[in-house]
Design a protein around this ligand. Structure first.
Ligand SMILES: *Cc1c(COP(=O)(O)O)cnc(C)c1O
Length: 361
């Protein structure tokens, strides 16, 4: 046995080269960096959850098939009858399951960039080759470039977020459908921000045999529970289901999600309030001199500003945490992303930003 071990000799070089997904500490800050719903559940619902949690048989493994939770999801989300549901510990885990399942030697995972960072990271974890096709300057799909990349790389999987993160826009649905028809592999439409958009491709599932659709409860107000789902034909889900670890969705997640889903109106009402906050915040940002705000169909707004790094740092010093995207993709030069919070948080953010801008002029 050697007396010292060298991780460089054991860990795959592409993993050695990665830096871990960075989650900054946020204690005591106005937290507008992670697209969380800022509202708690109503007290009555929390009481109901306390009772259920107290009675939950935590000494037993959870229901591995989560049958009754799936039934609730089916109703709440309007899943077509012919489609199956696969549950994940957050939709991140579903991305991972799909990537692992498709990771033949040389297989390609393709997305439109800038995209959700986990698409690239998970492709690397799973040993898939990653291809990112740049969006246009206004963050719309470059259909020609996408079709050319599809012809060249014949991707096993394409991931498209609809609305897109970090740009916040919905891609043109016709362009997405053309991509679905042109590709030899599967297309996963990631609708993490569905609650804040007035569009979905759920009704296209029956029409396109290579289409899968992903949702999550995270952005809707249950980020701490970790529950994501994939909707698609049994022919696909049958195989993906084999790779799901048997008890990936815990008993508390199952119980709480199911309880909250019987009051979906509460979450949807919160989403409505967030959408109204988004409209107000967008107008305020667009009015600021030196700020270019991009229209959003999600619960966050991307904007460009001179010296984004300095603005980000100053906001942080003043107790407001948002996300800096400068340096992550050429299209995101000097871009920042702010999550829509409560009206008070939004006002505080806009006023602090305005103050910072007036100081630097
Ligand atoms: C936040 C986000 C997710 C991750 O959701 P979880 O269910 O919390 O893992 C997936 N896709 C996109 C585009 C996101 O922005």
């Amino acid at each position: 046995m050697p007396n010292s071990y060298d991780p460089d000799q054991i860990i795959r070089p592409e993993i050695l080269a990665l830096s871990a997904y960075h989650v900054p500490p946020a204690t005591g800050m106005i937290k507008l960096d992670a697209m969380e719903n800022p509202y708690a559940l109503p007290l009555k619902l929390r009481d109901e959850i306390s009772q259920l949690a107290a009675g939950a048989p935590v000494n037993r493994y959870p229901d591995a098939s989560a049958a009754s939770l799936k039934a609730s999801l089916r109703t709440a989300l309007g899943v077509p009858d012919e489609m199956d549901i696969l549950l994940g510990n957050g939709s991140d885990e579903i991305i991972q399951i799909i990537a692992m399942a498709a990771a033949k030697p040389g297989a390609v995972l393709l997305s439109a960039e800038p995209a959700f960072a986990m698409f690239r990271m998970i492709a690397t974890f799973a040993n898939l080759e990653y291809v990112g096709v740049a969006l246009k300057d206004d963050f719309s799909l470059d259909l020609e470039a996408m079709l050319a990349a599809i012809a060249q790389h014949k991707p096993a999987v394409i991931f498209l977020a609809y609305p897109n993160n970090p740009s916040g826009n919905l891609f043109d649905a016709d362009a997405v459908l053309q991509i679905i028809q042109a590709t030899p592999g599967i297309v996963v439409i990631d609708e993490a921000y569905h609650a804040f958009a007035d569009a979905s491709l759920m009704d296209k599932l029956t029409q396109y045999p290579n289409l899968l659709l992903m949702r999550t409860l995270s952005k809707l107000g249950l980020a701490g529970l970790r529950l994501g789902l994939l909707v698609g034909r049994p022919e696909w889900l049958l195989h993906l289901e084999k790779m799901r670890l048997p008890y990936n969705v815990g008993i508390m997640t199952q119980l709480i999600a199911q309880t909250v889903l019987s009051h979906t109106d509460i979450l949807l009402q919160q989403a409505q309030v967030i959408k109204a906050g988004r409209a107000k915040m967008y107008r305020r940002l667009a009015e600021l001199n030196g700020v270019e705000a991009f229209p959003s169909d999600a619960n966050f707004i991307l904007f460009r500003i001179d010296d984004a790094r300095a603005v980000f740092d100053t906001l942080k010093q003043r107790g407001i945490l948002i996300k800096i995207l400068d340096g992550t993709h050429p299209l995101l030069a000097n871009c920042l992303r702010v999550t829509v919070g409560t009206p008070e948080e939004n006002t505080q953010f806009c006023e602090t930003l305005q103050t910072i801008l007036s100081e630097t002029v």
